[in-house]
Design a protein around this ligand. Structure first.
Ligand code: TUI
Length: 318
């Protein structure tokens, strides 16, 4: 049911699942593991200096013969360098986040690159369709990191009805039930972030993974709402400080100063108290660290099982 649709054809993958372009987390090792597992692995360009990003692209090529992608965070000061590296190395797929991807589409589409913007509203979905995007990731507010306001449940069907492009659902998907739910809303693929942080091949600090495994349904919080760039992460001492800024209606620069370097602190140094432990609301469902290929196979096997039980009216709960 899930393995042959517009998304698998477009991306040249076995399963319609792509890995979120998680800054500091999504390196060549993680991307290659996801691609080798039959999904689309993604290298995150945000915060990576151009020479290191080039090394990451070459490393991914050496670790997998399958397609992989590059995520370009449009607010990043090195976004234009990342676009040029994607062009130079003919990276098959580029996803974009946190902004308007017009310049990415203009530069890369003529080279045959598949461009898949991450969007958080119907208006933005319509705009990128007109600009020539190949598909969109509709990202609900359940997601980790920088988020929009709509939930996956309400965003996905509205985007599906508004555009003709394939829609990939993101936010709140970490198992087979989430895949079935996304497809029921009209999505033809899923983007998964938080679940892939807890895979064997992910180089995030072990304490980062442990925090996600220890999380429950109410463990995340949205920080920086006042800045216009809200970010979802696990509650800790840092988010408590952000709450205080929010309460006293602090200036934007105070948020920026408190937030500087915090994601690196969590992912690389493992400082899960004072670092920014970005994760989605579905963190509470993640219970173990397993190889990426196993996660992907398990998710789609469960999706088939759930679908079979739903259509035969049997109790599908575990
Ligand atoms: O980009 C993301 N998620 C991210 S980026 C990121 S890196 C970061 N590091 C430190 C502080 C803040 C961020 C962590 N997580 N997701 C894709 C996404 N894009 N979500 C929402 C949007 C979005 C928002 C507004 C896309 C477009 C947009 O406006 C477009 C327009 O045309 O105005």
């Amino acid at each position: 049911m899930f393995k042959d649709n517009r998304v698998t054809k477009l991306l040249g993958v076995e399963y319609p699942i792509i890995q979120g372009g998680m800054a500091w987390v999504a390196d060549a090792d993680l991307a290659a593991a996801v691609s080798n597992g039959g999904g689309l692995g993604i290298i995150a360009a945000a915060n990576v200096p151009p020479d290191m990003l080039e090394q990451q692209i070459l490393r991914a090529r050496s670790l997998t013969a399958r397609p992989f992608g590059l995520n370009i965070m449009l607010l990043s000061p090195t976004a234009d360098d990342a676009i040029e590296l994607a062009a130079l190395h003919r990276v098959p797929v580029v996803t974009t986040g946190a902004g308007a991807p017009g310049r990415v589409i203009e530069r890369l589409k003529p080279l045959g690159t598949i461009v898949v913007p991450v969007i958080a509203s119907v208006a933005h979905a319509r705009r990128v369709e007109k600009q020539g995007a190949d598909a969109v990731v509709a990202e609900g507010t359940e997601s980790g990191g920088h988020i929009g306001e709509s939930t996956t449940m309400s965003l996905v069907p509205q985007v599906v009805d508004a555009i003709g492009l394939p829609v990939i659902a993101a936010g709140g998907v970490a198992d087979g039930r989430g895949i079935v739910a996304a497809f029921a809303l009209g999505a033809e693929g899923v983007q998964v972030g938080t679940r892939f942080v807890c895979c064997t091949e992910c180089n995030a600090h072990p304490r980062y993974k442990e925090e996600i495994i220890g999380a429950g349904d109410r463990s995340t919080v949205t920080t920086g709402k006042r800045t216009g760039h809200p970010v979802r992460c696990l509650k800790n001492k840092l988010t408590h400080e952000f709450d205080k800024l929010e309460e006293r209606l602090a200036e934007i620069h105070e948020f920026e100063e408190l937030g500087a370097g915090r994601l690196r602190k969590a992912v690389v140094e493992g400082d899960v108290e004072w670092g920014s432990v970005m994760a989605g609301q579905i963190a509470g469902l993640v219970r173990d660290v397993r190889p990426a290929a196993e996660i992907i196979k398990g998710m789609f096997a469960e999706a088939e099982e759930v679908l079979g039980k739903l259509s035969s009216n049997r109790d599908w709960r575990r």
